[in-house]
Design a protein around this ligand. Structure first.
Ligand code: ZN
Length: 515
């Protein structure tokens, strides 16, 4: 009965007859979803074969983990790393920024942008090996564009059936669920009923609904109503709902985290499966246009937008809209430009340098380009209130020009766990591994226990931290000693080995649902 040996019951006599490929010895083991203890982890091939104090197991290699934390490899449910994972460059596909934080599994296809051809994306890992495991959401935005285009309209019954068929196809190809980004056009043109109809198809096949809410601020229906919508989707479609990068964005909704938490707690008490992820930064990453130009003025794309800038009839309304968005996001001092001519400067500094006002500067820049910006729009009290919830998982929303790609997990540990003590170490680890694996049904992942896949991180609790900053985002984290992915050593003594041991994680729909 070795395979079912309990982590805390001590080693069985018969473990002495086992031999392992790898023995991690003498660390503090956080098994994921359970209390820590001093002990060892033994690995053979791609599996953990034993976990417990003082394992008597011979091994080809022993890793001394004294003073170290041993935890399940971290799982990131919201990233934009598809270009990295499918890159022609083998080195890029290793996903060094993730491995050096101990992240061994990443999800892609979030915000409604996932593919319909999920099978092809999952298959690509066999031709082009990747450094971490990955799972794929199909995307509402992709499906809606394909069936009814990008215009503001409601699908006919026939179109809705086509959309549902595409969700079904993607689920049959192994999608972990369907993602939406209801804030973004053309998804923003959808009514809730359409979303429910598609979510129901994914839910019936064991998929999860992952959503960037229709509003994280007060741009349209407001954050509170957007959370109500997500809850309604859970209730009426029967699907498990995951709110991506939960936040209260902008001065008008700052302070509302307790109300939002209350709503979600009430829905969970009702029996609905609702969770969220969060990146541990007070700034989001976006572009100058997306952050400031009113949606009506973006309608029709960039050329139409610039024409509106040239139209004297519309100038006043446009400037007023930009000024209001600037106010909502905390003023010109809260926008850091991180691309192009003014990279490294706040919008306020650029305005001062040019002796003009921030709205005029924004219009001048936007006429020429649309640089990436960092938008400081969250309040620390809200961040802490969300983070404390046991249903809030760590996610990076990893994307270029923002330090969250290289530093989210390390920062959540160093800043919010070690320094600020918002979380205990076990809460940090569980919210970065077991909670995520369990909610998304990642079988055999997220826990250190016999029979599980050997995805393991060993880090130094005194050193694990993010070195990435808003000014200098592409700096790897420090303090991770060893990372094991499917039993293979991906980080050894703090250095990436280059082994690409990740796997495509293919969701298995219920038997008969794809016949
Ligand atoms: Zn998003």
């Amino acid at each position: 009965m070795l395979a079912t040996g309990c982590a805390t019951s001590g080693p069985s006599e018969r473990l002495g007859t086992l031999s392992a490929d790898l023995l991690i010895r003498g660390g503090t083991v956080y098994p994921g979803g359970a209390e820590p203890f001093g002990g060892d982890v033994a690995i053979s091939d791609d599996r953990i074969i034993a976990v417990g104090p003082s394992l008597q197991i011979a091994a080809k290699r022993v890793i001394d983990a004294s003073g170290m934390i041993i935890a399940p490899g971290f799982i990131d449910p919201h990233t934009h790393m598809q270009p990295w994972l499918t890159s022609a460059e083998a080195h890029t596909r290793v996903l060094e920024p993730f491995l050096l934080q101990g992240v061994t599994t990443a999800f892609i296809g979030n915000d409604g942008g996932g593919p319909i051809e999920v099978g092809a994306l999952l298959d690509s890992a066999s031709a082009r090996p990747v450094g971490v495991n990955y799972a794929v959401f199909t995307g509402f935005g992709t499906i809606r564009s394909k069936v009814i285009g990008n215009a503001r309209q409601t699908p006919t019954d026939g179109e809705l059936a086509k959309e549902q068929a595409l969700v079904h196809k993607a689920m049959c190809e192994g999608a972990i669920g369907i993602s939406t980004g209801l804030f973004y056009a053309p998804q923003s043109f959808s009514k809730t009923d359409e979303v429910i109809a598609l979510a129901a198809v994914a839910g019936a096949m064991g998929g999860i609904y992952d959503t960037h809410l229709r509003d994280e601020s007060n741009y349209n229906i407001g954050l509170s109503a957007a959370v109500d919508e997500a809850i309604r989707i859970a209730r009426e479609s029967g699907i498990a709902v995951h709110i991506s990068h939960i936040k209260a964005l902008g001065v008008d909704v700052q302070g509302s985290a307790p109300e939002i938490v209350g709503k979600i707690e009430a829905a969970r008490a009702e029996g609905l499966a609702i969770t969220a992820s969060q990146y541990p930064w007070s700034a989001s990453g976006t572009s100058l246009v997306a952050s400031l130009v009113p949606l009506w003025a973006q309608d029709g794309g960039r050329i139409a937008m610039v024409e509106r800038f040239d139209d004297a009839q519309q100038t006043e309304r446009l400037r007023a809209g930009i000024a209001d968005n600037l106010r909502r996001r905390g003023g010109a001092g809260a926008l850091l430009i991180v691309e192009g001519d003014w990279s490294g400067q706040r919008l306020r500094e650029v305005a001062e340098a040019l002796s003009t006002d921030p709205v005029t500067v924004a219009v001048t820049i936007i006429r020429r380009a649309d640089p990436a910006v960092i938008s400081f729009n969250m309040d620390e009290a809200d961040i802490a209130a969300f983070m404390r919830q046991p249903w809030v998982m760590t996610g990076s929303d990893a994307s270029p020009k923002h330090p969250r790609t290289y530093g989210s997990f390390a920062r959540k540990y160093d800043l919010y766990t070690r320094q600020e003590r918002i979380l205990s170490l076990q809460q940090f680890i569980d919210s970065s591994s077991a909670t995520t694996a369990d909610f998304f049904h990642l079988e055999g992942r997220g826990h250190l226990r016999p029979g599980a896949f050997a995805d393991v991180v060993i880090f130094n609790p005194e050193a694990y931290s993010s070195l990435a900053t808003y000014q200098n985002p592409d700096v790897p984290a420090t303090g991770v000693r060893t990372v094991i992915v499917n039993g293979r050593i991906a980080v050894d003594d703090g250095k990436v080995t280059g082994l690409a041991a990740g796997r495509a994680l293919r969701h298995q729909p219920p038997a008969g649902s794809c016949d």
